[in-house]
Design a protein around this ligand. Structure first.
Ligand code: PEP
Ligand code: MN
Length: 338
């Protein structure tokens, strides 16, 4: 962080600016030029309230020179973080981790059936929503606790770790006990209370990118979780809102590269929510693997036309099996097999 003083500042104003920076825990280096005086912060400036410093008398402007996220930053942690999903399956390692399953848990037959099918095809984990963030309060809201119980049954039947979305801090204890990976949905990416609480849990967190979030905002949300003590964060690019309406969202594949450069955290791609159309899922999955994603999260339903949620973007178990075959064919080119 650098503070630039206004021309003609007084000594009192200079001391005021230095004091405000030192109070944030940094050492201040003063560089007095003939026209411009600059104060440089030495150390971690992330606790300094930059907006407050910018308002001080005599201060012209404040500039950030390092990213505000530290724990998530590759600069301070050069090695890739590898997250164990719960059964030894890794995200961020040699293998492409593919998480698959329905948007929502609907019945025992449905979730156990899909779990067995995706396991057979080589999935690393089972997804399925029990608490659903729906745009309309009249839409299916998920099976709640019963859905979690059915996910546990599917885990018992297949050995696949279960990934499911949390919506409320009220459920943290139950999720910590019952599920393997806690998903934070796009709509909750900036629910800071939830993120803080999840920082105290021991379970990996799949953090979806917010609908209209910048890469930096997304990494700051990861920072919230990590600052609380939980460093097992998996980022998920799931498409962002743009002016385009043909697809449900716009899949930002360049974000995979950006995030892998900026952060050591693993990144998975969700082509289902990004595109909203089942016929696009295969190609976008291959593209995500080619872009260097550490994994994929894909909606798979046994009967998409009758799905209670997101049928249009769900592929069948047969289509999923074909996709896994293609991902394996692509492995020599992308350096990772599924
Ligand atoms: C989901 O994974 O079912 C979901 C609701 O995703 P998102 O939060 O990305 O919209
Ligand atoms: Mn969905």
């Amino acid at each position: 962080m650098v503070v630039i003083m206004k021309p003609g500042f007084s000594q009192e104003e200079l001391q005021g600016a230095i004091h405000a920076m030192e109070a944030g825990g940094v050492k201040v280096m003063v560089s007095q030029g003939s026209e411009t005086t600059i104060l440089g912060a030495e150390g971690d400036a992330s606790r300094i309230d930059q907006e407050k410093v910018a308002l001080l008398p005599g201060v012209d402007r404040v500039m950030r020179v390092t990213e505000p996220y530290k724990k998530a930053n590759r600069k301070y942690h050069p090695d890739d973080t590898v997250v164990d999903l719960g059964n030894g399956a890794l995200v961020g390692g040699e293998k492409l981790a593919v998480i698959a399953g329905p948007c929502s848990v609907e019945s025992e037959a449905q979730i156990v059936g899909v779990a067995k099918a995706v396991k057979e095809s080589g999935a690393a984990a089972l997804r399925g929503g029990a608490f659903k963030p729906r745009t309309s309060p009249y839409s299916f809201q998920g099976m709640g606790n019963d859905g979690i119980r059915l996910l546990q049954e599917a885990r018992a039947a297949t050995g696949l770790p279960i990934v499911t979305e949390i919506m409320s801090t009220d459920n943290i204890e139950m999720f910590e006990m019952c599920v393997d990976v806690i998903q934070v949905g796009a709509r909750n990416m900036q629910n800071f209370d939830l993120l803080k609480q999840l920082g105290k849990t021991s379970k990996p967190i799949l953090l979806k990118r917010g609908l209209s979030s910048t890469i930096e905002e997304w990494l700051m949300s990861a920072e919230y979780i990590m600052a609380g003590g939980n460093e097992r964060v998996i980022l998920c690019e799931r498409g962002i809102r743009t002016f385009e309406t043909f697809t449900r969202n716009t899949l930002d594949l360049s974000a995979v590269l950006a995030v892998k450069k900026l952060s050591h955290l693993p990144v998975v791609v969700d082509p289902s929510h990004a595109c909203g159309q089942a016929w696009m899922v295969e190609r976008m999955s291959l593209a995500a693997a080619a872009a260097g994603a550490d994994g994929l999260i894909i909606e798979v339903h046994n009967d998409p036309p009758h799905a209670l949620c997101d049928g249009a973007q769900s592929i069948t178990p047969e289509q999923f099996d074909a996709l896994m075959g293609k991902l394996r064919t692509l492995a020599p080119c992308v350096g990772r097999t599924a």
